[in-house]
Write a protein that binds this ligand. Structure first.
Ligand code: FAD
Length: 317
């Protein structure tokens, strides 16, 4: 079932969902199940599974370094299929521009269709570690909007290179990313919102936001998006701070601000156990306010750990 249909069916009730990251290759999927199991009591209608960019590794061959391209956390679609089957829940694979040709994207979408996966998150992906700026893969897309267009075309039965004719179309529901504190490369919040509007005009059905720690930023973002004519559901993405290092890491990686009250509370902690508790409490307050404001879904970035998400969900759902 489509994410947007789950939202309609909920008739204004706020739903619970979360995002997971595939394990590093070679590890068992059981670790994922162990973290999903405790969250199923909150009845998520869908679970997102991220896709990681490929990266370079250097292999020492008798003193000479051999540079190889590899993906450390593959398996997004397989995980989606296995979770869907095991828990009878909708899964949302993240589909990236970076690292994929248009043909590979088409095959991935065909696989999704066969597996009964109705939703995909269409994302550009970040620059690779070695790159300063995002470089599109040869034969791939430059922006998420191009990917949304390709999915829309497939929904209309238009495949690449016009080599087939079909009267049986896929019907993907498409999510895209939004940034309450603007995307790091966007010159301004307004220009970033215009790009978001382009994605929606091309067929995106809903927006999931980057994490934020100050609800005001989310509310202002939604107001600005509505003013610009973006009418699709906007789902807040939230993450509890879990370790002291997050105070530097999260702003650096995601370009988000952390409110001073939260910084002070984390800095006063004597152990990461205390930090986790502070993160949970902050997130509970955020979630309560967002729910009161009528957000369609509270979408948690679990980063593979469920105990803190469970502690929050228990207070909210
Ligand atoms: P876009 O919408 O393409 O935007 C990228 C930048 O280009 C923005 O600054 C935008 O303003 C600008 N732009 C857009 N269109 C144009 C245009 N036509 N001309 C000029 N500028 C333009 N990353 C992963 O690698 N894997 C994941 O699984 C993943 N999941 C995510 C889930 C969510 C909910 C979010 C919010 C992010 C996720 N990301 C993931 C990170 C995401 O890939 C990065 O933030 C990436 O840098 C931008 O992706 P996007 O889809 O927003 O790109």
């Amino acid at each position: 079932m489509k994410v947007t249909d789950h939202i309609k069916k909920a008739k204004g009730e706020t739903l619970f969902s979360f995002e997971i990251i595939p394990p590093v290759k070679g590890k068992s999927i059981q670790e994922l199940y162990d973290n999903i199991d405790p969250l199923m009591e909150f009845e998520p209608p869908f679970i997102d599974v991220t896709t990681s960019r490929e990266e370079y590794v250097y292999i020492d061959r008798d003193g000479l370094l051999d540079k190889k391209l590899t993906r450390m956390r593959p398996g997004t679609l397989g995980i989606c299929a296995s979770i869907k089957h095991k828990y009878d829940v909708d899964t949302v694979p993240h589909v990236l521009c970076g690292g994929f040709t248009k043909e590979e994207t088409e095959y991935l979408l065909v696989d999704c269709h066969y597996l009964g996966i109705d939703n995909v998150m269409a994302l550009r992906g970040d620059a690779m570690k070695e790159e300063k700026y995002f470089e599109p893969t040869k034969g791939g897309h430059r922006f998420a909007s191009d990917l949304v267009r390709q999915i829309r075309d497939i929904n209309r039965g238009n495949y690449l290179h016009e080599v087939i004719e079909t009267d049986y179309c896929a019907n993907f529901c498409v999510g895209v990313a939004g940034y309450p504190e603007k995307h790091m490369e966007a010159p301004s919040l307004k220009s970033d919102l215009k790009r978001l509007k382009e994605k929606v005009d091309l067929g995106a059905d809903y927006v999931v936001t980057q994490m934020f720690f100050d609800n005001r930023k989310f509310f202002e973002f939604v107001d600005a998006a509505r003013e610009m004519g973006i009418t699709v559901p906007i789902i807040p993405g939230i993450k509890p701070i879990a370790v002291k290092r997050h105070l530097q890491l999260l702003p650096q990686v995601f370009r988000v601000d952390i409110p001073q009250d939260l910084v002070d509370a984390v800095e006063a902690c004597k152990s990461n156990r205390e930090v986790r508790q502070v993160g949970v409490e902050w997130c509970i307050q955020q979630s309560k306010e967002l729910k009161k404001a009528g957000v369609p879904v509270l979408h948690f970035y679990s980063m593979g750990k469920s105990d803190n998400i469970k502690a929050i969900a228990q207070e909210i759902f």
